[in-house]
Design a protein around this ligand. Structure first.
Ligand code: PMT
Length: 416
């Protein structure tokens, strides 16, 4: 988990029954050493008084866009600039729509538009409203813009309905914001990450490959470096810049990736993350000259590539934590769990790649973390944010394995 000490956090509260939970959230954030300022919409004030949140945050609550006294103290632009993180919680369906539309007709939306800080939105609304196509489109718009959507949780709702739309619990909101501020939890650790596709040549001009862009793996490398790890990124052919502080090893084929991984895995490697989409097969013969067009069919003979992550997991210098990804188009959980066991992995990150918004080449992703204690869905978010969450989980797991051999149980889906 990251750290919030000395971080400035704005919470924009909008008018939903879950507004009362913000009192607890402020308490948690301040307990972590963060400074909190609150903006309340008019609707929010019908559920919780500004005085309550003022007492808890230790600062007057901001409510009006055009307020002479506020502008003399901290005006809306100063407020927006002050923030290291800007959270809207609970975010009603209306607030989500207004943020997606880029409205700026009240203090909350204006400050959200004016802030350079990362924006977090924790929706809370009736399940029917959450499932409405209009809300889904607004959430997608915000996600595409890099806004971090937190939750919502599913369960019984204040209106009596049951379904998704409950505000994520304050402790979990804190964890998501916290993960955004790396605490150098991997300082002194060595991490090897694979990313992107491999290319298996057929002849001098053709190859077998897949749609991996490397975005997921590069985001993981960035998050690991931000967390203080010595980070080695073994990358297939992709068009991405190397993240700061990361050592990049470029490869083309699965054979080269295998060799590079084995070179990089030694006794001081703590974590291996295989996010690369490695070709399972290569052409048995790589034709020395361009294959000529003869006949209506062409038969290629393919042979198996080495399974890199399996080799890593059984190597004598096995890292303490070996994390694989499973890209699946059907039976996600069964196939992912089968891979975790067959390949000797501690964790598998199951990725449903049948959807365009969460798999190959997308900017966003949604995965399921799966280990020997259970599984947990990590909801749709940017690949950068997901990478931070995954790296935070890995570092937690690494510190628990070094404290004891006990594994941290993953929360079961539906636990929240
Ligand atoms: O790169 P992006 O466009 O951002 O897309 C991200 C992603 C979809 C590629 C990523 O999220 C993902 O799911 N990566 C795993 C892709 C994959 O090939 O999965 P798999 O189920 O075929 O392989 C399972 C695991 O074994 C993976 O950790 C893979 O790296 C590893 N493997 C597979 C074959 C092989 N010969 N050697 C391996 O190490």
């Amino acid at each position: 988990m990251g750290h919030l000490h000395n971080r400035n956090i704005i919470i924009g509260v909008t008018g939903g029954i879950a507004a009362y939970k913000i009192a607890e959230l402020i308490r948690l954030l301040r307990g972590d050493g963060a400074a909190v300022r609150v903006i309340m919409s008019r609707g929010a004030q019908a559920f919780v008084t500004p005085l309550t949140l003022q007492s808890l945050s230790g600062h007057p609550v901001h409510t009006e866009l055009l307020d002479e006294t506020a502008e003399m103290g901290m005006g809306h632009i100063e407020l927006a600039r002050w923030a290291d993180a800007f959270l809207v919680a609970p975010a009603t369906a209306d607030a989500v729509a207004r943020l997606a539309a880029g409205r700026a007709d009240d203090l909350l939306t204006t400050a959200a538009l004016a802030t350079p800080a990362p924006l977090f939105v924790a929706p809370a609304m009736n399940q029917q409203m959450w499932n409405n196509a209009a809300t889904s489109a607004n959430i997608q718009t915000l996600t595409n813009r890099g806004v971090n959507i937190i939750g919502p949780d599913a369960g019984e709702q204040a209106c009596g309905d049951v379904g998704a739309g409950r505000l994520t619990e304050p402790a979990d909101i804190r964890a998501e914001i916290s993960a955004h501020f790396p605490n150098r939890a991997l300082e002194g650790k060595r991490v090897v990450i694979t990313a992107g596709p491999t290319r298996e040549p057929l002849d001098p001009v053709r190859y077998l490959s897949n749609h991996s862009s490397g975005k997921m793996g590069f985001a993981l490398a960035q998050a690991a470096a931000e967390a203080g790890a010595e980070t080695i990124l073994i990358a297939g052919p992709v068009m991405l810049d190397t993240p700061d502080g990361v050592t990049r090893v470029n490869i083309e084929t699965a054979g080269q990736m295998h060799e590079a991984c084995m070179e990089q895995i030694h006794e001081s490697t703590d974590l291996f993350v295989g996010s690369a989409a490695v070709a399972d097969y290569r052409a048995e013969f790589n034709a020395p000259q361009k294959i000529k067009k003869v006949g209506d069919t062409l038969n290629l003979s393919l042979i198996r590539n080495p399974d890199i992550i399996t080799e890593v997991a059984k190597s004598t210098h096995r890292p303490s934590l070996v994390v694989g990804f499973a890209a699946e188009t059907e039976h996600l959980m069964e196939h992912a769990e089968a891979k975790r066991v067959a390949k000797g992995l501690d964790v598998v990150v199951a990725n449903d790649v049948s959807r365009a918004d969460i798999g190959f080449n997308s900017d966003t992703n949604m995965v399921t973390w799966l280990d020997n204690a259970g599984h947990e869905v990590i909801p749709l978010t940017t690949k950068q944010n997901l990478a931070r969450l995954l790296i935070a989980r890995c570092s937690k797991r690494l510190s628990s394995t070094s404290d004891s051999d006990d594994k941290i149980p993953a929360k079961m889906e539906g636990d929240r």
